[in-house]
Design a protein around this ligand. Structure first.
Ligand code: PGA
Length: 250
């Protein structure tokens, strides 16, 4: 059985108060993996507060191992602090910071080397979807990470259509499922050995209300939640929805 993976991406939001609130209010869960990803300044404090009840991740790490890279943090440092996962390739970093597939691949090398789980974000723009290019675009983004994907199964792919991020316009479950199948096909092509173990998540305007409909599908093995993860009651509802609907093998 594949456990579902529920990830909170706080982006550049949060505070010491939210760290405390999150640690105090997330429900106990056994059948779901939960990772909370705050801004990196809060990672240590959140690891302390979590006391093993959920995992903590980073939103970004440097593509280099160490050295003269002012302002950066390394994957190894993240691991030393107790983080277990790193987001990479998020569309906001691809657009705001110009991170391309090559940069994503370099970061993945560091993340895997540090023994952490890369959560590789992929997704098409509205223009690409309307032009009928969504599948090709997403498959290409997955295939660009072939080296990382061939290195092991402690990896997640988050399908996040750009038009659904922060817009309140979630992809319908059918759209998400169709793309998850395309991603699985791409995984089978590049890494037959690990393709079935790599978890595929959906992200983009997930909230407590639409989560059950997403979790009704076995292809949706988890979610990456932005805005709704800042509301601890909503995020708790998403965790409960993931627990209530049985996880299964894809
Ligand atoms: P959203 O963000 O849930 O606010 O749409 C998701 C994400 O960017 O990971």
């Amino acid at each position: 059985m594949t456990k579902r993976l529920v990830i909170a991406n706080w982006k550049m939001n949060g505070s010491r108060a939210l760290v405390k609130e999150a640690a105090a209010n997330f429900p106990a869960h056994v059948a779901v993996d939960v990772v909370v990803v705050p801004p990196s300044l809060y990672v240590l404090r959140l690891c302390d507060e979590a006391m093993g009840r959920f995992e903590v991740g980073l939103q970004n790490v440097c593509e280099h191992e160490a050295g003269a890279h002012t302002g950066e943090v390394s994957a190894a440092m993240a691991g030393e602090l107790g983080a277990t996962a790193v987001l990479v390739g998020h569309s906001e970093r691809r657009s705001d910071r110009g991170e391309d597939d090559e940069m994503v691949a370099a970061k993945c090398v560091q993340i895997v080397r540090a023994g952490l789980m890369p959560v590789i974000c992929v997704g098409e723009s509205l223009i690409e979807r309307e032009a009928g290019d969504a599948e090709t675009r997403v498959q290409a983004q997955v295939k660009a990470q072939a080296a990382c994907l061939q290195s092991g199964a402690n990896i997640a792919i988050a399908y996040e259509p750009i038009w659904a991020i922060g817009t309140g316009k979630s992809a319908g479950p059918d759209e998400a499922v169709a793309m998850h199948r395309e991603i699985r096909k791409a995984l089978r092509a590049v890494t037959p050995e690990h393709a079935e173990q790599i978890r595929i998540l959906y992200g983009g305007s997930v909230n407590g209300e639409n989560a059950p409909a997403l979790f009704a599908h076995e292809e949706i093995q988890g979610v990456l939640v932005g805005g709704a993860s800042l509301d601890t009651a909503q995020f708790a509802a998403i965790i409960r929805a993931a627990e209530a609907l049985p996880a299964s093998k894809d």
